[in-house]
Design a protein. Structure first.
Length: 358
């Protein structure tokens, strides 16, 4: 019987609080600026990927949420697999040089990859980030690669930029780096999730439609046409990266919230400054942002912070002690059609119902 080697891993979704938007090298996926994200719990959002290698397989094959997709159709997928294979080939060469017993030539065997998300792929919830992080972690485990998670994040990065940050839990920075070969463009963990366990994220799915302009296309047009963008990269992001890392180290929610909302707003301003303009947020997204500001004003302190990626869906960060009130308010102001008379269940805790946000 032919040998089969297998590895299964899971990887989380991350949501940026300092946004990555713009590439200085599109082939290697090198960003124009550093970024920083919070990794979400895998209980709710994660990709699980299993990979098998066998000399009996004919070619590389991939199943995404049960449907087969052609590996060769995605250059990024091919790049990520090829890079991981070359790390394995290097390891096998070293093992042979050191004459270490029976070296298994995994780098030469075709792979069968099976990947599934426990959330709707089209819901605009960063599925490429957890997807490529899971792929690379599974390849690392299967190939028994000695590289650290930061080193492997460079491989995830060639699949999708934001994926490099999903190689870690907690709070993660993607350092833009300066080298032309991308060797210093990698993710590092700023703090583990235990550092600030009270921080929670609420995801509001405004639309589960696929976005009209992909991040990849949108950010390239921004780099080419927006003058505001150049200013963001040069002066704003470096300042915010430092301030955000301080806010996280000090568990300072007021600063964390302000920088998160300001950076989301600037990212969307830069999208509008792109020509032709890109509008990812819609009326519902803007109403949610207004509601968060109204909530903070009513409480007299920053208790919640919104952020939006390349789509209309909102992610709201809040501390555990405020999350229940926030959920009640959001449910009241944006009742789902299937909820009957939410007023019956949710009183108006902050007297906000007359506010324009509702
Ligand atoms: C708005 O990582 O999806 O979510 O590198 O081209 O695959 P590619 O882009 P992608 O862009 C994510 C953009 C963002 C901001 C962020 O996650 O930092």
């Amino acid at each position: 019987m032919d040998a089969v080697f297998e590895a299964t891993v899971t990887a989380p979704v991350n949501i940026a609080v300092i946004k990555y938007w713009g590439k200085r090298d599109a082939a290697l996926i090198l960003p124009t600026n550093s970024s920083l994200s919070v990794t979400l719990s895998q209980d709710h959002l994660r990709t699980r990927t299993s990979i098998r290698a066998s000399p009996a397989f004919v070619t590389d094959r991939l199943w995404l949420n049960g449907e087969e997709e052609a590996v060769s159709a995605s250059k990024r997928l091919v790049n990520a697999i090829t890079t991981a294979r070359s790390l394995r080939a290097e390891l096998e060469r070293r093992q042979r040089q050191q004459q270490q017993g029976n070296v298994v030539p995994l780098s030469e065997w075709p792979l069968h990859i099976c990947s599934e998300n426990n959330f709707p792929t089209a819901a605009g919830l960063a599925s490429s980030a957890s997807g490529y992080a899971a792929l690379v972690s599974a390849l690392g485990a299967l190939f028994e690669l000695p590289q650290s998670a930061s080193e492997l994040s460079r491989v995830a990065r060639v699949g999708s930029g934001s994926a490099c940050r999903s190689m870690f839990g907690g709070f993660v920075a993607w350092q833009a780096g300066a080298a032309d070969d991308g060797s210093d463009s990698l993710a590092v963990q700023v703090a583990g999730h235990q550092h600030w366990p009270e921080l929670q994220a609420l995801i509001l799915v405004v639309s589960d439609q696929k976005k009209k302009i992909s991040s990849t296309t949108g950010m390239q047009t921004t780099v080419e046409t927006s003058e505001l963008f150049a200013e963001r990269v040069r002066t704003v992001v470096p300042k915010r990266m430092a301030a955000m890392q301080r806010a996280i180290a000090d568990r300072d929610f007021a600063s964390f919230a302000k920088i998160t909302m300001q950076d989301s707003n600037q990212f969307h301003a830069v999208c509008l400054d792109t020509y032709p303009p890109i509008a990812y947020m819609n009326d519902a997204s803007r109403s949610i942002a207004d509601l968060v500001h109204a909530f903070n004003t009513a409480l007299g302190r920053p208790a919640a912070a919104y952020t939006y990626d390349a789509g209309p869906n909102a992610v709201i960060y809040a501390l555990e002690g405020d999350m229940r009130d926030l959920v009640e308010l959001v449910t009241y102001c944006f009742p789902r059609p299937e909820d009957t008379t939410p007023e019956a269940f949710y009183p108006d805790p902050f007297g906000l119902l007359a506010s324009p946000a509702c």
